[in-house]
Write a protein that binds this ligand. Sequence first.
Ligand code: ADP
Length: 637
Amino acid sequence: DLGSDVEVEADVADDVDEDDLLGGLRIDSTSEIEVPDRLVDQVIGQEHARDVVMKAAKQRRHVMMIGSPGTGKSMLAKAMSELLPKEELQDVLVYHNPDDGNNPKVRTVPAGKGEQIVEAHKEEARKRNQMRSFLMWIIIAIVLGYSLIIAGQILLGILAAGVIYLAFRYGSRGSDAMIPNLIVNNADGAAAPFQDATGAHAGALLGDVRHDPFQSGGMETPSHDRVEPGAIHKANKGVLFIDEINTLDIRSQQHLMTAIQEGEFSITGQSERSSGAMVQTEPVPTDFIMIAAGNLDAMENMHPALRSRIKGYGYEVYMDDTIEDTPEMRRKYARFVAQEVKKDGRLPEYSSEAIEEVILEARRRAGRKGHLTLELRNLGGLVRVSGDIARAEDADVVTRAHVLQAKGRSRSIEQQLADDYIERRKDYELQVADGYQVGRVNGLAVMGEDSGIMMPVMAEVTPSQGPGEVIATGKLQEIAMEAVQNVSAIIKKFSDEDISQKDIHIQFVQSYEGVEGDSASVTVATAVISALENVGVDQSLAMTGSLSVRGDVLPVGGVTHKIEAAAKSGCSKVIIPQANMQDVMIEEEYEEMVEIIPVSHISEVLDVALEGEPEKDSLVDRLKSITGSAFNPEQVS
Ligand code: ADP
């Protein structure tokens, strides 16, 4: 049943609760989950790519796979080799050519025959050598005997014996030339070959002839014995996988194309000045299916003719980065943990709580509501690290605590840096985290891809001599200007205040290289209003959000990491855009530490952040009294 989905084989509840993290699996550990034999059945998600691979295997078509690293491209290529017929596998032998030593002959025989042929030749050579040795010793004995008895010349006898010995030794080298060189051996025949030629240099890809340092004088290795196959030859009747195809040099891409077109490719020495370059074999079969992989630019940079070759005679597929989070899929992720445990071979089994923690991490890493990450190489890394921790403790099973510990260890550089900053700032008491302060707001930013950092913003408003200016420090100048522009439009609408006549100083306290500030505009606006109206801002609160000209709070990236950073820095409340609520996937340990306050308008931000009741009819009073809907574009315009 090609293309069908393989259900997880384990005890599953009849009535599965939609929210059950294990998708209804009733197991104590991974030992109760069956791991399918075929690699293709172990692939999680990637339904489209899997269908294509199965179809391509049947029709012997090439495939181009585009997608993120660690999503299963090489796994699928290998799985494809398991699907190809084993009956057609061949062995390839290279023979000495008596007419032209530099043009060795090539013979193809059914798989398994190659070893037999080589054995037979060796046996013959052995017999011949035995015969020779026997003859040699007879002659030596006769010569020595003659010298001693008849002529009485010991020295002469020994000298003659030595000459005879050497003559026989070198003479016997000639018989090695008769033994063929088995360059492709499919004797084990378990599956069609799978060759990963990612990053291979020309010799490894196209085959090579070793240089012979003793090119003459009876010491040389016969040329056919120096022939080495390339991945294109070893992949014959199987799969040739090349990731990052665009990094292959153009000459190799051209040769690869020839091999695909002709179905055979002679082996010759790859380094031009070596003795190997004089040698060229008869054509060696290269009847493989190619799976070329890479990211999107790989496709643009690969040799156009090679690309069109695949396009015209094969398939192109895109790999998914995430998959919908359903009970069935979660069961598969549980099986994924079982697969990785089995593949590693040394890890303890996973307890059900530990599996749940891995599935939670798959959710977090997806960065998308209702999805699980398919970057499974990395998730497999977490499985292995957790298992290693358990093993180091001599634990029988991997527990949830082990997985949590492993997550701490496999933090990215950015996360480690961010934690370090937080620690150091705690030392210097730069974080306030309680009381009220005018013009100072705890903003939140993202560093790298996966770590948050608290970044306070300070604002001061002073009368200006000329037209007002926005003065901000550092790289975040542009963001500050934009935020101030938006907030001044709002302020103008609600008061007589015209802040364009004032100088506004914005300082991002301790902003760091690499910090993204595009989500700081709500923070900047709040700081400006606080400074303008001289009202204190709650310092136990942190916030993130982008601000529109109408005062709407728009969604931003990285909320989960930001909330965690706020909690780590000692804040007890975090304001986030309402629209980001669905992206919140914080770790349990932080859930208790912070209250998350979703907002959709700046008025709600001020309501939560500013101190006390505003004076009647003040700007803050007016701003606070409006609701988000008053700013709805449809209603305003
Ligand atoms: P790629 O070739 O896309 O970089 P690989 O196929 O080498 O990724 O994946 C590395 C490992 O990650 C695999 O050996 C497997 O253990 C795991 N893995 C990746 N993708 C999947 C998947 N879709 N299903 C199951 N395991 C996967």
